[in-house]
Design a protein around this ligand. Structure first.
Ligand code: ADP
Ligand code: ADP
Length: 223
C-alpha cells in the first residue's frame, strides 16, 4: 500500500498540494484525475520521492519513500514524452534495466520476450525507436518500466501527446497489462473518460486538494 499523509507543497503563496492524504491499495490502478494545475504531477512526483514536501509523509509499504536512496527505489516511471535510447533497439531499450542489474542473459531474453508480447510489440524487437509510431513507443516505455518488476508503476499523462484513436487503443493495452502484471499503478490524467475506462479507483483533485476518492461507479453516474 502507498500512503500519503498530510502532504503540503507550496510554490510561494500558491498551494500545489493542500493537505493531501490518500491510500493507494496494493495491486490497484488508481487514477489521479483533475484539471491542469490541480497538483496531479506534484502528487505523483511526491510518491516517487522526487518532490520535497513542506510537510507530510509518503510511505510505500512501511518505508518512507525519501528514506530509500533514489537508486534503490523500486519504481517504474513513464512520462508523456518518453526518452528512449535512440541507438538501441526496442529489445535493448526494454532490457536496459535488467542489464544494469546484471541479470543472467537467458533470464533477460525471456523477460523481454514476455513483456513485448504483453504490449503487442513482438516482431518489433529489432526496430529502433524512430521506426515506431507514438503509440508503439509508449507501449515500449511501459514494457521498459515493468522489466525490472517494480513495486510501483507511475504514469504521468503517458498518452497525453497522442491522438484520440491511439489513446483509446492504449487504454486497452494498459488495462490488459495491469490484469497480467498487477503492479500497483498510479496514472495521472486530465481525461475523465480515460480514468473511467482504465482505473479501478479514482482520486479527483482540484486546486491541490483531493475532492473525492472511490471506484468509478461510486463517483460517477455513467449512462
Ligand atoms: P497538474 O499535474 O495537475 O497539471 P502540477 O502538479 O504540475 O499540476 O502543478 C500544480 C501547480 O503548481 C501548477 O499551477 C504549477 O504551475 C505549479 N508548479 C508546479 N511546479 C512548480 C514549480 N517548480 N515552481 C512553481 N510552480 C510550480
Ligand atoms: P506537464 O504539463 O507536462 O505535466 P508542467 O508544465 O506541469 O508539465 O511541469 C513541467 C515542469 O515544470 C515540472 O518540473 C514542474 O515542476 C515545473 N513547473 C511547472 N509549473 C511551473 C511554474 N509555474 N514555475 C516553475 N516551474 C514550473
Amino acid at each position: 500500500m502507498i500512503t500519503v499523509t498530510g502532504a503540503n507543497k507550496r510554490y510561494g503563496s500558491f498551494a500545489a498540494l493542500d493537505d493531501v492524504s490518500l491510500d493507494i491499495p496494493d495491486g490497484s490502478l488508481t487514477a489521479l484525475l483533475g484539471p491542469s494545475g490541480s497538483g496531479k504531477s506534484t502528487l505523483l512526483r511526491s510518491i516517487a520521492g522526487l518532490e520535497t514536501l513542506d510537510s507530510g509523509v509518503v510511505r510505500i509499504g512501511d518505508r518512507e519513500v525519501t528514506d530509500v536512496p533514489p537508486q534503490k527505489r523500486d519504481i517504474g516511471f513513464v512520462f508523456q514524452h518518453y526518452a528512449a535510447f535512440k541507438h538501441m533497439t526496442v529489445r535493448d531499450n526494454v532490457a536496459f534495466g535488467l542489464k544494469i542489474r546484471k541479470r543472467p542473459k537467458r533470464e533477460i531474453a525471456a523477460r523481454v520476450d514476455e513483456l513485448l508480447g504483453i504490449v503487442g510489440l513482438d516482431g518489433f524487437q529489432h526496430r529502433y525507436p524512430a521506426q515506431l509510431s507514438g503509440g508503439q513507443r509508449q507501449r515500449m516505455a511501459l514494457a521498459r518500466a515493468l522489466a525490472v518488476d517494480p513495486q510501483v508503476l507511475l504514469l504521468d499523462e503517458p498518452f497525453g501527446a497522442l491522438d484520440a484513436k491511439v489513446r483509446a487503443d492504449l487504454r486497452t493495452w494498459l488495462r490488459r497489462l495491469h490484469e497480467e502484471v498487477h503492479v500497483t499503478t498510479v496514472l495521472v490524467t486530465h481525461d475523465q473518460e480515460e480514468a473511467l475506462d482504465v482505473a479501478d479507483r479514482i482520486a479527483v483533485l482540484n486546486k491541490g486538494r483531493i475532492e473525492q476518492v472511490g471506484a468509478p461507479a461510486e463517483l460517477y453516474d455513467r449512462p
